[in-house]
Design a protein around this ligand. Structure first.
Ligand code: HEM
Length: 421
């Protein structure tokens, strides 16, 4: 596909691609503009934490969308949208155009001309990612509960478990960070690459009159680890992602939808929570108290019942006084699958900061993102955490949304195509 191919709605509501006619000069300029930066390899102090800016992932495939199983990159730009058009065809065209554009962005290419030859023309691609490389970019597209309705002729395509999340203890939502009809989770190892991707995809949504930005969070410092990656830290200073899902069998069991028609299989449900941290308060506490909040040691990440991060926590172990070493209200005790009928979720969170609050405090926290094949799994964990977690004194859930994540499109198709047939 060239960077000027577009999706058009043809007869029988089938979408087809058509290359726009281009002058020779414009074609040359487009090709030059989309050149990928030379391979660049940055190695941090941790040999397990390398960044290869030339690394690229496939958008098309036969399994789940990229950005779920993909080892977490270092930056996220998350954006939720409201549909502004009630027309099913507009939604269909937007998903198709987003898909074509994302496939190019993930290759490190532009999505159109940056500097059109005609003086009066507006650039199609805004240009700030030129020569930055693919930087492991993934853009994961989500569809909110309201979209699966008669209004868009999609009521019969509603994934069986798709619904609004039930109210949970400790919900303290600001409507400004809640809900949405569509979402983009752009992750990459260069923040400017994520920014460019979401900015230019939002421009397409706006230019087509189909969707408008609802809320957004920019995050950094992955707060979760994939297979072979070392465990990073959240803004409370603790290793986050130690006992996360990593193996294929666990993904099959807990993350991917495994039954139903093709358009459901390898789909997943994404839950997003904007969780604000009371950082100044946390910082005044003794580290031993902080360790008890999580049930792990701050520096090593080891459970309080052990000395190595990789050790399994012993939730039964008592100290000499007969009290549980991992306290009853410790975050890991309440969230562990051992306490929740074996339930597990994939966490793929990021730290975020919004600068300072209106009273001059650090305004920061965790953009918690989880993937599961049943939203009730998230609800079960959060019901328990929201009621008793020692961490609740230092956090509040100020934003929340749920999206269905369709499977990756096959080459030549687009996200959600099966909904429209
Ligand atoms: C700001 C909010 C949160 C922070 C700072 C946080 C931090 C942590 C940390 C440091 C760990 C221990 C290391 C690890 O195994 O990853 C952990 C574990 C875990 N967290 Fe959270 N978490 C937060 C919110 C949540 C939420 C909302 C959920 C789900 C509803 C959740 C579910 C889990 C699970 C399932 C584990 C693994 C427990 C285990 O099996 O040992 N966390 N979290």
């Amino acid at each position: 596909m060239t960077n000027r191919d577009m999706w058009y709605l043809g007869p029988n509501n089938r979408l087809s691609r058509r290359g726009l006619l281009l002058g020779a000069t414009a074609g040359t300029l487009g090709a030059a503009a989309s050149a990928v930066a030379p391979a660049a390899l940055a190695i941090t102090a941790d040999p397990q934490d390398t960044v290869d800016l030339s690394r690229q992932y496939d958008f098309y495939g036969t399994g789940g969308q990229a950005g779920i199983r993909t080892p977490p990159q270092r930056h996220v730009f998350y954006m939720a949208f409201d549909l502004t058009s009630g027309r099913r065809a507009d939604l269909q065209v937007l998903l198709a155009r987003w898909s074509g554009a994302i496939a190019q962005l993930m290759k490190g290419e532009t999505i159109g001309e940056v500097e059109p030859p005609r003086d009066s023309a507006v650039g199609f691609d805004t240009g700030e990612a030129l020569r930055l490389g693919p930087a492991s970019l993934t853009v994961t597209v989500g569809i909110g509960p309201r979209v699966f309705s008669d209004a868009y002729g999609l009521a019969d395509k509603r994934p069986p478990l798709m619904r609004a999340l039930m109210p949970l203890p400790s919900d303290a939502f600001d409507p400004y960070y809640t809900g949405g009809d569509l979402s983009l989770q752009a992750c990459a190892d260069d923040p400017q690459v994520t920014y460019h991707a979401v900015r230019d995809l939002a421009r397409i949504a706006k230019a087509t009159g189909t969707a408008a930005v609802r809320w957004t969070v920019i995050g950094f410092g992955r707060a979760s680890a994939g297979k072979g990656q070392s465990t990073p830290r959240n803004l409370l200073g603790f290793r986050d992602g130690t006992r996360n899902i990593r193996e294929d069998a666990e993904f099959d069991r807990f993350v991917w939808i495994s039954d139903g028609p093709d358009w459901q299989r390898h789909g997943s449900y994404q839950v997003v929570r904007k969780i604000k941290m009371n950082i100044e308060n946390w910082d005044t506490h003794r580290v031993s108290d902080q360790n008890n909040v999580f049930g792990r040691h701050k520096v090593s990440g080891a459970p309080l019942t052990g000395t190595k991060e990789s050790e399994q926590p012993d939730f039964q172990k008592m100290d000499a006084d007969g009290t549980l070493v991992i306290p009853p209200t410790a975050h890991i005790r309440l969230a562990a699958h051992e306490s929740n009928d074996g339930i597990r979720i994939l966490r793929r969170s990021y730290n975020y900061t919004d600068g300072l609050s209106e009273v001059g405090l650090l305004d920061a926290g965790l953009l918690f993102i989880s993937y599961q094949n049943d939203p009730a799994h998230f609800e079960a964990l959060q019901a328990r955490l929201g009621a008793s977690d020692a961490l609740n004194s230092y956090i509040s859930h100020i934003g929340s949304a749920i999206f269905y994540i369709p499977p990756a499109p096959a080459e030549g198709s687009y996200i959600g195509e099966a909904f429209f047939t």
